[in-house]
Design a protein around this ligand. Structure first.
Ligand code: B12
Length: 209
């Protein structure tokens, strides 16, 4: 896990891929490599950015390294031929381009056998509403990392309500600054402090909890 964390901090794509393979070979579960290895490395990258030691270019490169590592691990997370647990529509809200955390969550819920419709980044309320109509998901999940774009989550929920679709879906929100208090304020059903908790919440909902 330390090697993987360091490889992300050094945004070394080749080493990240190699260490992911090694971790799998050593029997380390893929989700542990994502959460305890790469995501921890990304936290440190974020800290270095905030301390002025790293700049945008390093952030993007570390993000790319993380994506490549997840591509290696994702394959090993999937359980074959098991009935889908539920359907999730997800996106990073309008104005926000951060997708590393969202992608971690997507990888983990796919591994937990959810069908995921990932709308990507900079997703408008209209796109969320259209996707709910088209895919009839059990859960709508949103990600926002900027305090300015967190507010967009409230607009999206309002538009879902106005479209008469709110009682058809559970709404889960996530992102570094998101809290349960904020979820209550904007009438979301829950906030997840991290991707693992998000998966747990989704499972709970599908069991009727
Ligand atoms: C990487 C990064 C970028 C990259 C994003 C690359 C990408 N593809 O995502 C780039 C360089 C593009 C970027 C750009 C900007 N960024 Co930036 N960025 C970051 C940084 C360093 C790390 C974020 C990250 O990926 N963390 C790692 C992941 C794994 O963690 P996470 O996102 O929190 O996700 C976890 C949980 O929150 C949760 N989660 C997240 N989403 C969801 C969703 C659901 C449904 C669930 C269940 C869980 C969940 O699960 C994840 C794993 O457990 C943060 C600082 C930080 N320390 O967080 C700043 C930060 C978020 N950025 C910031 C800023 C200001 C910007 C810019 C405005 C900078 C600029 N001047 O241009 C632009 C905005 C661009 C835009 N319109 O979105 C600020 C936001 C300040 C604020 N409070 O509003 C931060 C906090 C840095 C800072 N302190 O100034 N950024």
């Amino acid at each position: 896990m330390r090697k993987l964390k360091d490889a992300i901090i050094n945004f070394d794509v080749e080493v990240v891929k190699k260490v992911c393979e090694e971790a799998l070979g050593a029997g380390i579960p893929a989700n542990k490599a994502i959460i305890d290895g790469m995501a921890k490395g990304m936290e440190i990258v974020g800290q270095k950015y905030e301390d002025g030691e790293y700049f945008l270019v390093e952030l993007v490169m570390a993000g790319e390294a993380m994506k490549e590592g997840m591509a290696v691990l994702e394959h090993h997370l999937k359980a074959d031929n098991i009935k889908s647990t539920g359907r999730i529509v997800i996106g990073t809200v309008r104005g926000d381009l951060h997708d590393i955390g969202k992608n971690v969550f997507v990888t983990l819920v796919k591994a937990a056998n959810f069908d995921v419709i990932d709308l990507g980044v900079d997703v408008s309320a209209k796109q969320f509403v259209e996707a709910i109509r088209e895919h009839c998901p059990h859960i709508v999940a949103m990600s926002a990392l900027l305090t300015s774009t967190m507010k967009e989550m409230e607009n999206i929920i309002r538009e879902i309500e106005e479209a008469g679709l709110r009682d058809k879906v559970k709404v889960l929100i996530g992102g570094a600054a998101i809290t349960s208090g904020y979820a209550d304020k904007i009438r979301a059903d829950a906030a997840a402090k991290d991707a693992v908790e998000g998966v747990r919440i989704c499972h709970g909902w599908m069991k009727g909890e």
